[in-house]
Design a binder for this molecule. Structure first.
Ligand SMILES: [Zn+2]
Length: 388
């Protein structure tokens, strides 16, 4: 059996380093060591301090590598996220034919180490083969899986103001993701009034009843689950409901947490407004003997914004041309998940997302397809060296 290629060896090495969201220190060190060995000067490698802004306990910021151009041209960005989901804790990669798998007691972390390895391979190949390229920025973000945190807070100045971006995070190498959904997260605190449920239930206002009526109204109005209103679409979910203390007490507080999503930013606002008014109306529909009603506090967090690049945007046509040069058929798609690219686009860097051969992410069946990984590696070199 032949030994794995240099790129596959990078992938195997990086898959073996644990790096859950917030704990990307070791994998960042492994990437830096590989980049240094590949000939990237230490001065080109920096880190930002976004971890000071990220809620929770993050040990480091984004890793940012700015490679000077060996020919003039506008700067290009290549990005990938360093972190993996908790299911990948203790993952041990196993090379099996043209795949890398696990023993199925953990996830693998091909999401997104295939991309991280492809970026390392890019820097190494450019240096080794002395390929002329414009200035490049390699961005390795933290906390993607926990809420796109690294991309959310990255400063475009630190990236050297690239004119376009290629974010690597997904399945097949020939798929160009040029749009992604936007999302809101919301919380409702439903306030009722407590009373003895057996002796004087009429003196209470049940937050449980308000919550139930609110959710039922959403469902009957078509604002729950998959939402279709004419040509406008989205989704809404009530993910968490907690409340109540005892069976003999009219529930005075229920806490509800949910989300809304849509590719249409205006419609996303409509969905969240409908959710808010459903709970507000439910609160006034429940009253006690004295006419007191319940009330709700609604908190909305605009998580990330939808984007949709034009089919003929320069970043899309450049990617499509590079794929054709590799005899791959470009396929355009949009996704219902959030991506680092949502924030990169929001910050004014038109960014597509490409695949590097990761499959079944966030499951124990996760694997890396090495044929697709190899295609992604070649695609990145083609993108970085293409003459506009
Ligand atoms: Zn990912």
């Amino acid at each position: 059996m032949s030994s794995p290629s240099a790129a596959v060896q990078h992938l195997l090495d990086l898959l073996a380093v644990e790096g859950l969201s917030g704990r990307e220190g070791r994998v960042a060190e492994a990437v830096v060591a590989k980049l240094r060995a590949a000939g990237v000067p230490a001065a080109a490698i920096t880190s930002d301090d976004v971890h000071r802004q990220i809620p929770g306990d993050f040990e480091r910021g984004n890793l940012i590598v700015r490679l000077p151009g060996t020919r003039p041209g506008p700067r290009l960005l290549f990005s990938s996220h360093l972190d993996t989901v908790p299911l990948c804790r203790g993952a041990r990669p196993i090379l099996r034919g043209r795949r890398i798998v696990t023993d199925q007691s953990t996830g693998l972390g091909a999401d997104n180490r295939t991309a991280v390895a492809a970026l390392v391979n890019l820097a190494e190949t450019l240096h080794r083969e002395r390929l002329p390229h414009p200035p490049l920025t390699l961005l390795f973000t933290v906390g993607e899986e926990a809420g796109l945190w690294g991309a959310r807070y990255v400063d475009p100045e630190d990236l050297g103001r690239p004119v376009m971006g290629f974010n690597i995070d997904g399945g097949e190498a020939n798929e160009i993701c040029l749009g992604a959904i936007g999302a809101h997260r919301w919380e409702v605190n439903v306030r009722g009034h407590a009373a003895h449920a057996g002796v004087h239930p009429e003196n209470g206002v049940s937050a449980a009843l308000i919550a139930a009526r609110g959710v039922a109204a959403l469902a009957s109005g078509g604002w729950f689950g998959r939402i279709r209103k004419g040509r406008r679409t989205g989704t809404a979910n009530v993910g968490v409901i907690r409340g109540g203390e005892a069976t003999n007490q009219v529930t005075d507080h229920v806490w509800i947490k949910g989300e809304s999503r849509s590719h249409d930013p205006a419609f996303l606002e409509v969905i969240s407004t409908r959710i808010r008014s459903a709970f507000e109306q439910a609160a006034t529909s429940v009253s006690d003997a004295r006419g007191r009603t319940g009330r709700v506090e609604f908190d909305l967090r605009r998580d990330y914004r939808a984007f949709r690049l034009a089919d003929d945007a320069p970043v899309v046509t450049r990617t499509a041309a590079a794929l054709r040069r590799l005899r791959l058929r470009p396929q355009l798609k949009v996704t219902d998940g959030g991506l680092d690219a949502n924030y990169l686009n929001e910050k004014g860097i038109p960014t597509v997302t490409l695949g590097a051969g990761q499959h079944h992410p966030h499951t124990v069946e996760e694997y890396a397809d090495l044929r697709e990984f190899d295609q992604c590696c070649r695609l990145l070199v083609t993108l970085a060296t293409a003459v506009d």
